[in-house]
Design a protein around this ligand. Structure first.
Ligand SMILES: [Zn+2]
Length: 256
């Protein structure tokens, strides 16, 4: 799943299109149905920024477009080709370059969904105080692992960065929010921000220590890494039960 750092890399890659008048094309029928291409066609792209897991494209005429990549989407920049291959969701064609969105799957003109997002973990600098305020107002019985992936509390952290951050800070994803003091919350959020920012700036994915390593030895203590579905979305948490002590996993409420 693309996380905030993937979106920031995409935003960086698309910068050569900023300031250019855009010819926009959609081929995929689901993308055509959004009317994004016909709305932005002929307008100047004013900015491309990542916010959480969203790519926000602002055009002249006060038009804002949101692209969310979910599991399948990708943005790339290439030299203008004047050819269309496959069924791209959106091609943003400028004089020299073009940006191509393949695999969607979320493309829309600005909606209120953006207004509900929590502070972006990849903002420079990230507003950790505001994130802590949102955490204090959240349901304190939820697990830390779930909480960190709630985009309305903190925008940009997904499954992989949750697992990696908690491994590095030696905090269990199964601890309840009510059992985690303010200093630890701050430490975890700052660690996530620092590691994700480093991944954006270097353009490299991190060496994974916990994520998708179930059954393999922890590189710090040798205990096998565990995995278990977590929360209403049943996303898989990965953790070292020795380095990250905490309560036993609970079965998601709706699971059979
Ligand atoms: Zn360990």
């Amino acid at each position: 799943m693309p996380e905030g750092d993937t979106l920031h890399r995409a935003a960086n890659a698309l910068q050569p299109l900023v300031g250019q008048q855009i010819h926009a094309i959609s081929i995929h029928p689901r993308a055509q149905a959004t009317r994004v291409a016909e709305t932005v066609d002929g307008h100047t792209l004013e900015s491309v920024t990542a916010f959480g897991k969203n790519l926000i494209l602002r055009f002249s005429g006060s038009i804002t477009v949101r692209s969310h990549l979910r599991m399948s989407g990708s943005w790339r920049l290439r030299r203008r080709t004047d050819e269309i291959t496959g069924r791209p969701w959106l091609v943003l064609r400028a004089s020299e370059w073009e940006g191509v969105l393949n695999g969607g799957p979320v493309l829309e003109l600005h909606t209120r969904a953006l207004a509900r997002l929590g502070p972006d973990i990849l903002a420079t600098p990230p507003d950790i105080d505001k994130m802590l305020t949102r955490l204090r107002a959240a349901d304190q019985t939820r697990t830390l692992g779930e909480t960190l992936q709630d985009q309305e509390l903190v925008a940009g952290i997904g499954n992989m960065w949750m697992a990696e951050t908690l491994w590095h800070t030696q905090t269990s994803p199964w601890r309840r929010l009510r059992d985690i003091d303010e200093a630890t919350r701050r430490l975890v959020l700052q660690a996530a921000a620092d590691r994700m920012r480093a991944a954006v700036d270097s353009g490299r994915e991190p060496q994974k220590q916990a994520h998708a390593r179930a059954g393999r030895p922890c590189t710090r203590c040798g205990t096998p890494i565990r995995s278990w579905g977590q929360g209403d979305a049943n996303r898989i948490a990965y953790w070292c039960p020795t380095c990250q002590p905490g309560p036993e996993p609970s079965v998601p409420a709706h699971a059979g």
